[in-house]
Design a protein around this ligand. Structure first.
Ligand code: FES
Length: 121
């Protein structure tokens, strides 16, 4: 199973590595693991709150489709390695993921019960 490493977040000062089966949805895996990733539209490719950077393994992922590309246009600080996690299907390779600060702030706004755990930057 591919190993997915999430770089430190506002909730964790150390990286978190998960083993996720090939074919899994990246956002569902991250949110199931309690990682601070926004999911405002419920994974329907309509909000960009799940914006992540694919630091390693980008080419092993499914292709970015037109709708994802359009919605990514609403995200802040878009880079070549940007994807919407709700549209990412994990491939056979290990990944390294950075959850954007924008996405972590969206998580805090969507989940007020975790706000006190989210460290400010
Ligand atoms: S959760 Fe809204 S675009 Fe991914």
């Amino acid at each position: 199973m591919p190993k997915i490493t999430f770089l430190p977040t506002r909730l964790s000062a150390t990286p978190i590595t998960l083993e996720i089966p090939k074919g899994a949805n990246l956002m569902e895996a991250a949110t199931d693991a309690g990682l601070p990733m926004g999911d405002a539209c419920g994974g329907n490719c309509a909000c960009a709150s799940c914006h992540v950077y694919i630091i390693k393994g980008f080419d092993s992922l499914n292709t970015l489709e037109d709708q994802e590309d359009d919605v990514l246009g609403f995200a802040e600080d878009i880079r070549e390695e940007s994807r919407l996690a709700c549209q990412v299907i994990v491939g056979a390779e290990d990944l390294t993921i950075e959850i954007t600060d924008e996405s972590q702030v969206a998580f805090a706004n969507e989940h007020p019960e975790h706000r006190e755990q989210i460290s400010p930057r």
